[in-house]
Design a binder for this molecule. Structure first.
Ligand code: S3P
Length: 177
């Protein structure tokens, strides 16, 4: 079984941007789990939350995750912020990929998400006590899962150049067979 590289962390942590850059560097496919879920469901993420609810979304997310992880050729995967935290996601991720937690402070997440508009992120767009409070609460609840990643990079240290030796030491990318 080949080992993929999975990026985990909060919404706004930069999983997609860094994942695309790493995939381009290594010449590997990039997979965005949210995009895979949308393709499978034939519905947008806000549409799935609105019409089917979060429980259904989490099941769909878990099924899609297993399907992506089962692909034979190595790839770089950007997960959704909640992916490691439901249906033993972190265990599946650690079994089939090298996991990297992009650990970005709430102040940075807040600035990025405010600039980006949260309409596409249903859990954040419906935060009655405000976005900053929701981010703190969510990060606090999820840290126990994120911490189980094999690699951890904080804030500005998450660059391709800085990560290369650490990925090599972890055996990524795996040798071609
Ligand atoms: C979610 C994060 C989203 C998406 C869904 C749920 C979460 O992905 O999967 O809206 O629970 O944090 P991003 O982390 O790419 O925003």
């Amino acid at each position: 079984m080949s080992r993929h590289l999975s990026l985990i962390g909060m919404p706004g942590a930069g999983k997609t941007t860094l994942g695309q850059a790493l995939a381009a560097y290594f010449g590997l496919p990039f997979v965005d789990l949210d995009a895979e879920i949308v393709a499978r469901a034939g519905q947008s993420i806000p549409g799935i939350f609105a019409q089917r609810g979060e429980l259904d979304f989490r099941q769909l997310e878990a099924d899609t995750l297993r399907a992506v992880l089962a692909r034979p050729a190595p790839l770089v995967l950007a997960t959704g912020g909640g992916t490691p935290c439901f249906h033993n996601g972190i265990t599946a991720l650690n079994q089939h990929s090298i996991t990297l937690w992009l650990d970005v402070p709430v102040s940075t997440l807040l600035a990025r998400l405010q600039a980006a508009e949260t309409a596409q992120r249903p859990l954040l767009s419906q935060a009655p006590a405000g976005l900053e409070t929701r981010l703190y609460e969510t990060l606090t609840a999820r840290t126990q899962f994120y911490q189980q990643a094999q690699l951890h990079c904080a804030g500005d240290a998450c660059t391709v150049a800085a990560l290369l030796p650490r990925l090599a030491a972890a055996g990524f990318p795996p040798p071609a067979v």
